[in-house]
Ligand binder design. Structure first.
Ligand code: SAM
Ligand code: SF4
Length: 487
């Protein structure tokens, strides 16, 4: 059944209205006070906070400490923040970079968000919901590039959770030669109720992702003009409901440009602290899209709180220090040159070769204003992105899905992450999935560069069991054609 039943719609309406009774754990007054107090911090205090952040056995930074770094105006100290973020990122994540492709399944939406091209009132947008056949065709193209991880995206419409789950089944079921398969489907869809999230859990999704957009209620109310999304708390508690349904990898984010970026960063931290408090685990990842020009949205061309590149760099570096074990995601909204710079500061996952409209991979045009959600800054094909990562940054592109498939999710993952596991296990998994890519999908140029990088990375490994296992796995991949080996 594609659409929700009348009973379900009624139930949902009731639950959304009831969300208003929940407490707002984003204490706005407190955030403003922290930001004011942090302005008074001197240089020494900034340095002390950096010393604390350097010790990655600490759990990151408090809201106040984060605010001090955000308020710092001394450029030399900012440089120290950038340098430390790079160091922390390298120590925790090593030189691997996880890659994924977004897959827009629908651009039909019942809401009106002031910044989005999918808003119901946008009459210029060509609306489309992919059929099963179209989903398979899109996935085939994505797999043909070499991707193994997909983020499915939908507008907010009356789609039933069962239909959402069905579309996920279609993605998993699509296999192509030589080794094309999607091994992890993450999802960005409108907040559901607990029952709906359970249906998604049963469809084997990886992460449920929902951005709060802005944590500032007044701005939230201004930007969300009609539809279910107008209810701030229904959205604020979406990740709680997902957790209650057993989805322990949840992801949040803020859309930068709607309100003061410093406030939003503290909002993200407050959200993370609340989840940690209630469920023992914070968000698996945080995203921080900047508003991009979107058809039909005047404000998207001139956002009220446009953030400069420098400020954007700063929030990435500061988030890396504040939540060292939380993945940070960067999308193709940012352009190529700038993306390179940001990766080093703390990004652990990027989308690549993205299309932001339903049918965009079969169609293959990067920018189609009449159908897409926002314009793409980095239009390069996956092979080019990978070659660039491997040559200019010495990064090992990773398509790894090992943790989620071995049940290392939620607090289990966080516990492991904090024990230097990411480097010990994720790097071997990155090497194996990269080797698969090089054998099956890479251009000759990328293959040459990539094989050399894997060799260098292998040599860097400590002698021991894992090194022996990786040697054997790499040989099985290249010489025996085995695939999907993970630790
Ligand atoms: N409809 C669902 C929702 O709103 O949560 C999921 C899909 S929505 C297309 C995914 C995200 O796109 C939103 O959460 C928002 O942050 C982002 N977005 C919307 N308009 C944008 C724009 N003009 N530039 C950049 N990101 C945008
Ligand atoms: Fe619809 Fe989501 Fe776009 Fe809002 S952001 S208009 S809910 S697709």
């Amino acid at each position: 059944m594609k659409m929700i039943s009348k009973e379900y719609a009624k139930q949902l309406k009731k639950e959304i209205a009831k969300a208003d009774e929940l407490p707002n754990f984003i204490d706005e007054e407190n955030i403003f006070n922290i930001l004011e107090k942090a302005k008074k911090a001197d240089k020494q205090e900034v340095k002390d906070i950096l010393d604390k952040a350097r010790d990655i056995d600490n759990k990151g930074l408090s809201q106040y400490e984060t605010a001090v770094l955000l308020q710092n105006k001394d450029k030399a100290l900012d440089e120290e923040i950038f340098a430390l973020a790079k160091e922390v990122k390298q120590r925790i994540y090593g030189n691997r970079m996880v890659l994924f492709a977004p897959l827009y399944i629908s651009n039909v939406c019942k809401n009106v968000c002031a910044y989005c091209a999918f808003a119901k009132t946008n009459k210029e947008l060509v609306r489309k919901t992919l059929t099963d056949e179209e989903i398979k065709a899109e996935v085939s193209v994505i797999e043909g590039m070499g991707h193994k991880r997909v983020l499915v995206v939908y507008g907010e419409y009356d789609y039933s959770p069962e239909w959402l789950a069905h579309t996920i089944d279609e993605v998993y079921a699509t296999k192509t030669n030589p080794s094309g398969e999607v091994r992890r489907v993450n999802i960005n869809c409108a907040p559901l109720n607990v029952e709906g999230f359970r249906t998604l859990k049963n469809a084997n999704i990886g992460t449920y992702q929902c951005f709060q957009e802005t944590y500032h209620t007044e701005t939230y109310n201004k930007m969300h003009i009609s539809g279910n999304k107008t209810n701030y708390k229904w959205r604020l508690y979406a990740l709680h409901r997902a957790q209650e349904a057993g989805l322990d990898d949840v992801a949040t984010g803020a859309l930068f440009g709607l309100f003061d970026y410093k406030f939003e960063v503290l909002g993200l931290l407050a959200h993370a602290e609340e989840l940690e408090d209630k469920f023992g685990v914070g968000p698996h990842t945080i995203s921080f899209p900047r508003i991009e020009p979107a058809l039909g949205s005047e404000m998207s061309y001139q956002p009220p709180y446009q953030m400069s590149d420098y400020e954007f760099k700063k929030i990435i570096a500061i988030l890396r220090l504040a939540v060292p074990y939380t993945g940070l995601i960067l999308s193709t909204r940012e352009n190529t040159e700038f993306r390179r710079e940001l990766l080093e500061l703390g990004i652990s996952q990027i989308s690549a070769a993205s299309r932001t409209y339903p049918g965009g991979y079969v169609d293959m045009k990067a920018n189609v204003p009449q159908e897409q959600q926002f314009s793409i800054g980095d239009e390069r094909p996956l092979d080019e992105v990978i070659c660039d990562l491997a040559t200019t940054l010495d990064y090992i592109p990773s398509f790894c899905t090992g943790c989620y498939r071995l049940g290392r999710t939620g607090d289990h993952f966080m516990g492991l992450a904090k024990s230097n596991f990411i480097k010990k296990c994720c790097t071997p998994n990155a090497m194996c999935t990269f080797s698969e890519y090089l054998n099956d999908y890479a251009s000759e140029k990328t293959k040459k560069v990539g094989m050399e990088l894997i060799r260098k990375e292998f040599e860097k490994m400590d002698e021991g069991d894992m090194k022996v296992k990786v040697k054997e796995a790499l040989s099985r991949i290249s010489n025996k054609g085995e695939r999907d080996i993970y630790f």
